[in-house]
Design a protein around this ligand. Structure first.
Ligand code: SF4
Length: 483
């Protein structure tokens, strides 16, 4: 039995599909926290009261019966050609079947067309004439008052929308006119499942080293040590180099590189024994920092349905921060962690503990902490001036690495804070913590929301966030040591 996610994975890479089927599906943490069932909200919004409720292990024949008697099925499981789909709501009308989907997005995205097509393929193959297809999405214009208006929080979409905001056609018309017969793909999936020896060539691999199975697939064929061409960034010619057998950074013809600063840094690091630094730029960057040095990191959760006053659908809520403050040689640490609506206390505590002067250093500052401060300033205008002042003092530590001012070959083309600190000081290792990455922190925070007495969880969260700011202190020390 296949699911829609299997077909999508197979479409991306048959071997990846094979690996994941062997491992069994992991249930990943939902990136967006949902406190109410989307299908229940959908049912209310459509206004149906009589409905047959389907469930995970149901025999699809019972769903047919349910549809016949009640004319509407919630979370119906339908099967055709060994493909099982779950459809949030179908309603049998005089004109045919009205099909309702839900999305954890603010639009019906055109990228989801293939995903939706598979559901329609199954329904049509079973002989259902489709009348109308609609998608329920979040309403980006809704702002919560003290009471939640769940109806206003969602809207129905009839049009596909492109990433640039332009419409890409009526959903019903597009899905009914551009049909895909998934039958041959499902047959191919059967063949892949029976072929343990299936091997992909490097030309067929769509992801190269961005796939978690990359080493399993290609380590016997290629040397994947730190000077491998696979770790070259931003190069349109990478595949050509591999095909020509130019597999090491020091073999690459410079005239065929785009010449970005980052590529230059990678190649120079390879030639210089594993480290490159543009010392002039680095010195200038370091000289531009003002004392004291404030290292800042936040943790947050994304809420689909706004849980508190002033929040919009998909807003984030900061529940934790860590601050390390370095004055000459003295290092002080401050932290905050709460559950519930802790936004104002978060702001007050942050303002209280952050010195009024000095550079505020964060990793990916303008893609994360600065955005959060701006959102908090909009939700609590009485603190906006102070939060804006923090944003003005922010400095992004990540740019030194992502823009090729400093590069260490052992980074192997990865620019995350966790990877860089492991290269610079392996003793500061996230693996020794019970929480090792951001999504795990979110998972533990969600547990804390239901039971605030979990001291072990609080302790693990505090250690994790503290590690992020400590890692930045350590990296800054390393950068100073270079110049
Ligand atoms: S490394 Fe490439 S070929 Fe191997 S599973 Fe991943 S995407 Fe497929």
């Amino acid at each position: 039995m296949y699911h829609v996610s299997d077909v999508l994975k197979h479409g991306f890479c048959p071997k990846l599909f094979w690996y994941i089927r062997q491992e069994g599906s992991r249930s990943p943490l939902k990136f967006i926290q949902m406190t109410q069932s989307l299908s229940d909200i959908l049912l209310k919004k459509v206004g149906l009261t009589e409905v047959f409720e389907s469930y995970r292990s149901i025999d699809p024949k019972d769903v047919f019966e349910g549809l016949k008697t009640k004319k509407a099925v919630l979370n119906g499981r339908f099967e055709h050609h060994n493909l099982r789909v779950k459809i949030p709501l179908v309603h049998l009308t005089q004109e045919g079947l009205d099909v309702y989907f839900t999305t954890l997005s603010v639009n019906a995205r055109v990228e989801d067309q293939r995903y939706l097509s598979m559901h329609i393929y199954v329904l049509e193959s079973l002989g259902f004439p489709i009348h109308k297809i609609r998608v329920m999405s979040f309403n980006p214009d809704y702002v919560r008052e003290s009471e939640l208006d769940i109806d206003a929080c969602f809207v129905f979409r009839d049009q596909f929308i492109r990433q640039n905001g332009k419409t890409a056609g009526n959903i019903t018309e597009v899905l009914l006119s551009r049909k895909t017969d998934f039958g041959s793909e499902l047959n191919m999936m059967d063949e892949v499942m029976g072929n343990e020896a299936l091997k992909m060539t490097i030309d067929q691999c769509p992801a190269l080293n961005r796939c978690e199975y990359f080493e399993v697939c290609f380590q016997k064929q290629f040397d994947l040590s730190q000077n491998s061409v696979f770790f070259l960034t931003q190069s349109a010619n990478k595949r050509a180099f591999i095909n020509e057998g130019l597999l090491k950074l020091d073999q690459l013809p410079l005239d065929r590189l785009e010449g970005t600063a980052l590529q230059f840094a990678q190649i120079m690091a390879d030639r210089n024994g594993g480290q490159f630094a543009d010392k002039l730029v680095l010195k200038h960057w370091l000289n531009g920092l003002n004392q004291p040095l404030i290292f800042m990191d936040f943790e947050w959760d994304t809420h689909g349905i706004p849980p508190y006053h002033g929040m919009k659908p998909m807003d984030v809520l900061c529940f934790q921060y860590s601050l390390h403050i370095l004055r000459d040689q003295d290092l002080a640490h401050y932290e905050f962690l709460e559950s519930g609506d802790c936004r104002e206390r978060f702001i007050q505590s942050l303002i209280h503990n952050t010195p009024k002067e000095g550079s505020i250093i964060a990793y990916n500052a303008f893609g994360a902490e600065a955005i959060r401060l701006n959102e908090l300033g909009e939700q609590f205008p009485q603190y906006k001036a102070e939060l804006d002042q923090m944003i003005e003092r922010m400095v992004d530590l990540a740019v030194l690495f992502t823009e090729g001012i400093v590069y260490l070959s052992a980074m192997k083309g990865s620019f995350t804070l966790k990877n860089i600190i492991q290269v610079i000081n392996p003793e500061l290792n996230y693996a020794q913590l019970s929480i090792g990455h951001g999504l795990e922190a979110v998972k533990h925070y969600r547990t804390l929301q239901n039971n605030d007495d979990e001291d072990d969880i609080k302790d693990a969260l505090l250690k994790y966030c503290k590690m992020d700011t400590l890692a930045m202190v350590e990296i800054l020390g390393y950068l100073k040591s270079i110049v």
